[in-house]
Ligand binder design. Structure first.
Ligand code: PLP
Length: 832
């Protein structure tokens, strides 16, 4: 091939590879201090040093990024696109160094320049463009796709403000502060100011007889691309997330500007920019705001335009679109991509409706993340009609054809038609996004075996009967062992490497290999080393607790951790009431009897959605119960209760390696999968859990004897709720222990007697989440935990070793390869 531009020798002498040697790394860092930051050794602080190091790593990432994208373009393989409104990335520097394999060289280089690389790593701000599990899953999948050399791009929004910062007020309530994470330039993004698309809202739609149409007028805003390189582990392959920022189309509204109405001109520019200002802070709960629907359309329209442009560069006929493109919908948030692709094909590419629908239904896959009714997205038709008039016509056309097919298959079943329609009747009517996502997708999956089964038998039952069961599958979630073992728990990672005799770069990409440590489960030396790692991680967490809360905790006590979004279905209240029970029980013992008590440090962390009143009350009660317990000299030695503010990915990295047990205690059938359960177990913490989500599959792998299960099963939950409604039994009768604790809280023992009544009433009255039914069983499980931990420490260590060894299945590499092979039909494309 002929070199495309100028003198090939000059070009090639200018190109370089990734920095691997100390002198060249140090030189590049100094260069960035001097030119990128315009500083020098005399005025460089940690923040500056972080910036220069990050820019040096960024250069490395960009070199691999360029090579990867050039390779993908030349080979033109089928690619996958992961559409997710959330990417909960956390910090980047440490992960990039570990994936590039250059951490040691950087450590030395940074030390030579007078800084400590770990301090710089800790000074990085989290990228918190997500709420919880769904967004963190997307981040793990990006890491796995690059590591497994799967050509995949993520598409999302570049929120100017991420997940809010959580503060705890003096009365214990949650306060929210904005998260302006971009105020210091973000070294990890590459602005692509030349990659832009216009996105329309409102306006006028016309539909013709062939179901094609025209959409005009309204408001147009511009989507601007920002790329973030995603390095694979021990491979050059570097994938991408493309995040869209909104901008006004002409900077100002020209008419108003020229008419001298500057306020109005600025207003319209502000309204365009407002689109990508802030992440909606709700987890598993739909809030029907117009701005949220605008975000969803803005993001899907820009992403599809970009995907279509890339496809067109291959010069293939449009009917081959599904041979080159697979698009995965992370929950229903990107479902507008289905009518949007129809609009592009039918209105712009002039593809006949029927052919267009065939292309669409071969392209999309839909991952459902919840069966909770309050989380299922539905949009009021009037709002939708106003904002996206052409898409509403398309949805009506899809619905009409679909209902005809249903009527043909199940003649006369009007109720079935009403349930399956894309439109929910009523005043107003609603569009059901899950139904639309099912219709427009080739395959639909849930995120753990039990959840996928519940999807098939409850919310999508009619669709399974209509389409047949082969359209509905399961891909159990996973977590990346790079961040969630090697990065957060380097001592355990090193111990595994030295024990199984397989290089880290091999087993971290084939996690089933850690089973090798099982050979050493009875080896006393290994047990001691394993226990020492856990102890060190607990001390690291204790130091953090001391520095942030000023509380001293005993690292020899059992660390019992529940960290996740605060939600009634996750039942933090059940845990808290259990802690109060423990406190009152210890208090009732004589000093002599207390000496036999298993010492515990119980740790909570998690954010509540700002508008979620009951969840916020839960936080307030935890904080105030902690104040009473931690101040009581009778129990201080045996029980500490803590609420760590501002839960985040980087805080999770500190907590996960330090647990003896962690709690995953959702009402059976409500937690789709959970992923922190996998992270804790992978790091040797045992689970106290309900028979729910991925807890079940974890127990299948590690052995049921190593999981502390309790509570009613999913299959009986409906019946129990029925009994609550029609044959209620008072708490006093069902669980005297629980009734007593509720009364203690009501009596004001933990302050503010009246404040907590609404929270307590959710339990005393309908008790939708079955706390009264599960409480006694929960206490029994906890008693078993205490007995084994205090009486059989070696047995405990063996359970912990066995659990780690059996977690191979839960690598997100396994999950991403299931998607690639069974859902997307995509192969590895390795960069040589
Ligand atoms: N939030 C953060 C910051 C996380 O890191 C994780 C998972 O590790 C989650 C939420 C999800 O936790 P869970 O699976 O317990 O809901």
């Amino acid at each position: 091939a002929v070199w495309p531009l100028g003198d090939e020798a000059v070009w090639k002498s200018g190109l370089r590879g990734v920095h691997t040697e100390v002198p060249s790394i140090a030189k590049s860092i100094v260069n960035h201090v001097q030119t990128t930051l315009a500083r020098q050794a005399y005025n460089l602080d940690n923040a500056g040093a972080y910036g220069a190091v990050a820019h040096t790593v960024r250069d490395d990432l960009i070199i691999n990024w360029n090579d990867t994208q050039m390779h993908y373009t030349r080979k033109a393989p089928k690619r996958a696109y992961y559409l997710s409104l959330e990417f909960l990335m956390g910090r980047t520097l440490d992960n990039a160094l570990l994936n590039l394999g250059t951490k040691d060289a950087y450590k030395e280089s940074v030390a030579k320049l007078g800084f400590n690389v770990e301090d710089l790593i800790d000074s990085e701000r989290d990228a918190a463009l997500g709420n919880g599990g769904l967004g963190r899953l997307a981040a793990c999948y990006l890491d796995s796709s690059a590591s497994q050399e799967i050509p995949l791009w993520g598409y999302g929004l570049r929120y100017e403000y991420g997940m809010f910062q959580q503060l705890i007020a003096t009365d214990g309530s949650q306060l929210e502060a904005p998260d302006p994470w971009l105020t210091h330039a973000n070294p990890w993004e590459i602005p692509r100011l030349d990659v832009t698309y216009d996105v329309r809202f409102y306006g006028h739609a016309e539909r013709f007889d062939d179901k094609n149409g025209i959409w005009s007028g309204g408001q147009e805003v511009v989507a601007v691309a920002y790329d973030v390189p995603i390095p694979g582990y021990a491979t050059k392959n570097t994938n991408n997330i493309r995040l869209w920022k909104s901008a006004p189309k002409r900077g100002f509204d020209l008419n108003s500007f020229n008419a001298g109405d500057y306020e109005r001109a600025v207003e319209s520019s502000n309204s365009a920019e407002a689109l990508t200002k802030v992440l909606y802070p709700n987890d598993n709960h739909m809030v029907g705001k117009e701005l949220r629907l605008k975000q969803q359309y803005f993001w899907t329209a820009a992403s599809l335009a970009d995907i279509m442009r890339r496809f067109k560069n291959t010069d293939k006929p449009i009917k081959e679109f599904p041979d080159l493109v697979a698009i995965q919908l992370n929950d229903t948030h990107p479902t507008l991509a289905i009518p949007e692709l129809m609009r592009i094909l039918v209105d712009e590419e002039e593809v006949p409706w029927k052919d267009a629908w065939e292309i669409v239904t071969k392209t999309f896959g839909f991952t459902n993340h919840t069966v909770l009714p309050e989380a299922l997205e539905r949009w009021p038709v009037p709002l939708f009609q106003h904002l996206l008039p052409r898409h509403l016509q398309i949805i009506y056309d899809i619905d009409f054809e679909f209902l005809q097919a249903v009527e043909k298959k199940f003649p006369g079943d009007r109720e079935k038609l009403a349930r399956m329609s894309l439109i929910q009747e009523g005043m107003p009517q609603y569009i059901r996004m899950a139904n639309l996502a099912v219709l427009g997708s080739k395959k639909v999956n849930g995120v753990a075996e039990l959840h996928s089964q519940l999807v098939r038998t409850t919310i999508l039952k009619d669709f399974v009967e209509f389409y047949g069961s082969s359209k509905f599958g399961n891909v159990t979630n996973g977590v990346t062992p790079r961040r969630w073992l090697d990065q957060c728990n380097p001592d355990l990672s090193n111990l595994i490497t030295e024990t199984i005799g397989v290089p880290k770069t091999t087993w971290l990409k084939d996690l089933y290999l850690i089973k090798g440590i099982l050979d050493k489960v009875d080896d006393e030396t290994f047990q001691k080393k394993f226990a020492a790692v856990k102890r060190k991680n607990k001390e690291r967490l204790a130091a953090y607790i001391h520095s942030t809360l000023g509380v001293t905790v005993d690292a020899s006590a059992m660390f019992d951790i529940q960290v996740k979004r605060i939600h009634e279905y996750k039942r933090q209240t059940l845990n808290l009431l259990g802690v109060i029970h423990r406190y009152l029980s210890i208090k009732a013992l004589t000093p002599e009897e207390r000496k036999k008590v298993n010492k515990r440090v119980v740790i909570f962390a998690g954010k509540a959605a700002p508008g979620y009143y009951i969840a916020k009350l839960t936080i307030r009660l935890i904080v105030n119960v902690a104040r009473v317990i931690n101040a009581d000299p009778d129990t201080a030695e045996y029980l500490t209760l803590l609420f760590l503010p501002d839960y985040s990915v980087s805080l999770a990295e500190l907590l996960v390696p330090a647990s003896d047990i962690s709690q995953h205690i959702s009402t059976a059938g409500t937690e789709a999968s959970g992923t922190s359960n996998m992270k804790f177990t992978l790091n040797g913490g045992l689970l106290v859990g309900t028979v729910d989500g991925a807890n079940i599959e974890i127990a299948e792998e590690v052995g049921e004897e190593n999981v502390f299960f309790f509570g009613h099963l999913a299959a009986t939950v409906e019946d129990i709720r029925y009994q609550h409604a029609y044959h209620p039994v008072p708490v006093e009768q069902k669980s005297p222990a629980l009734a007593r604790i509720l009364n203690e809280v009501s009596s004001g023992r933990f302050g503010d007697a009246h404040v907590y009544e609404p929270l307590l009433n959710t339990i005393r009255q309908s008790d939708y989440y079955l706390l009264t039914d599960d409480f006694d069983s929960y206490l029994e499980a906890q008693k078993m935990v205490d007995d084994i931990y205090s009486k059989d420490p070696i047995g405990w260590i063996k359970r912990s070793i066995t659990s780690v060894a059996c977690m191979g299945k839960f690598s997100s590499d396994r999950a991403i390869m299931e998607y690639a092979e069974e859902y997307w039909n995509i192969e590895r494309v390795k960069l040589e």
